[in-house]
Design a protein around this ligand. Structure first.
Ligand SMILES: N[C@@H](CCC(=O)N[C@@H](CS)C(=O)NCC(=O)O)C(=O)O
Length: 223
């Protein structure tokens, strides 16, 4: 049985969601409401120590896109993948890789330079200007790509949609108040899936953390 090392509200949600879509059993390792403890448990067993990390017998795998491909092909009989001769295959490939290879990095770069751009009087490194607007550009690309199709790889829901929910949400958060109808409709469509609800119940039993960093520690002293 696949063992999934998980941190609540992190990329390991993707693996849980796919397992639920496929109706496969899995073991989920995390400490509820303690992001630091969940992370340290992964660092104790794997040199990269990031979520998701999975163990399947003697095999260890990290990197969410690779894990999804592995599960689709080794355990899922190809369900939620797209075959090379299918029309949606090029799009499937692109979005499976774009989610982590381009989108998340661009969003994180912009998040990191935001405080620098906001600080009045502080010197602005020239690179900061390059990252500003990354999320908006991504959202525009997503909106355009979803025109006339229900899912990222075409007419059918696939693992590419599971990969893309996190960057789509992060880009939307960065551009609050800006509505892109195709993106909104896609989010509603994928979040309405029964397997998505099952993922939330199992992987986020306490709801999403109130802060990006995690839950406030109950025993934390005020500073
Ligand atoms: N590209 C990797 C990113 C993995 C990653 O950075 N995961 C985060 C949680 S969403 C993490 O565990 N970060 C802590 C760390 O890397 O120490 C993937 O998609 O699996």
């Amino acid at each position: 049985m696949l063992r999934i090392y998980h941190i609540e509200a992190r990329r390991s949600d993707r693996v849980v969601w796919l397992m639920e879509e496929l109706g496969l059993d899995y073991e989920l390792i995390f400490t509820p409401k303690d992001i630091a403890a969940s992370l340290m448990a992964i660092k104790a067993v794997h040199p990269i120590g990031a979520a998701p990390t999975v163990r399947d017998g003697d095999l260890w795998l990290c990197e969410s896109g690779a894990i999804l491909e592995y599960v689709v092909n080794r355990h899922g009989g190809g369900r939620f993948g797209v075959k090379p001769d299918a029309p949606g295959y090029p799009q499937y490939l692109q979005w499976m890789h774009f989610a982590e290879g381009s989108a998340m990095g661009r969003i994180i770069n912009e998040m990191m330079i935001a405080p620098m751009l906001a600080a009045s009087g502080a010197p602005k490194p020239p690179i900061a200007g390059l990252f500003a607007g990354n999320s908006r550009r991504l959202l525009d690309f997503f909106e355009q790509s979803l025109a006339g199709q229900d899912y990222f790889a075409g007419e059918d829901f696939s693992a590419a949609d599971i990969m893309m929910l996190m960057p789509v949400r992060a880009a939307r958060r960065a551009c609050q108040g800006e509505v892109r109808p195709n993106v909104e409709a896609w989010c509603a469509r994928v979040e309405a899936r029964p397997a998505y609800a099952r993922m939330l119940a199992r992987a986020l039993p306490n709801g999403p953390p109130p802060t990006l960093a995690g839950w406030p520690k109950e025993d934390a002293q005020p500073v």
